[in-house]
Design a protein around this ligand. Sequence first.
Ligand code: PSU
Ligand code: MN
Length: 295
Amino acid sequence: NKPVVALESTIITHGMPYPHNLSTAKEVEAVVRAEGATPATVGVIEGEVHVGLSSEELDHLACCKSSLKVSRRDLPYVISKALSGGTTVSATMIAAHKAGIPVFVTGGIGGVHRNGDNSLDISADLTELGRTPIAVVCAGVKSILDIGRTLEFLPFIFLLETLGVCVATYGTSNNFPAFFSRQSSFTSPYQVVNPEEAAGLIASILSLGLRSGVLIAVPVPEEHAAAGQQIEEAIRAAVTEASAKSITGKDATPFILQKVNVLTKGKSLQANIALIHNNARVGSQIACKLSKQMT
Ligand code: PSU
Ligand code: MN
């Protein structure tokens, strides 16, 4: 029952360019330690799932161009072939849960892609939240979703309800945050105002034996939220280019994130890093309170 915070690694292998990926991974671990918790970055190294990576293993994942993006469906293949890769939110949830870690921090989770109501391109992160009892602390759905457009966002909200995911916004408002911006036109069903309340939610889902997860949405800090409009235009352009180049499935998110970073001259990356630091701070405080409540 010591406070441990699980961290994902697709953000390292596919979400950010080198060397920002490596520095961010190490900074986030330092934030977790500074809050009195232990970081456990999850990844797959030569066919073994690691919960907690050494500095050398982090270097290896961040630098190695052959690292794969590993979601739930990829695990059997990657393990049987002794390959290495960064785990997405869904695969990280599985590993963290098996290791008995109830709190997991990331930047943003996958969602329903643009046009997902037609294409059914819906991230496995959502279904994982429906079947694995872990709290995911994030700043909302990943940047490439247009939160203002009801068609992409409503399926996301409804799906979480159908899957039985307990969604709460952290802080002074119950507005569901939109990754780079603090606001969306949607509200979360619940609100938690401090780490104790968030920990209470997690403790009760565990004690009830429910097998579904909790989503705690932390708005990006005010001072880093400004670049929203410019980022939104870049996202539109990147999504258009991805569809023109027929980039789909697991390649869509990495392609768009990299394109948006270039188009915003690195501003989206800066905002992304800032919100992850903030999520790590909040998630660690929640893990510390939860460990007190469980002992
Ligand atoms: N959001 C980001 N950066 C990322 C991801 C999401 O801002 O790197 C990663 C996470 O690992 C998430 C994955 O689990 O993308 C979702 O990918 P997909 O859409 O293929 O499910
Ligand atoms: Mn996807």
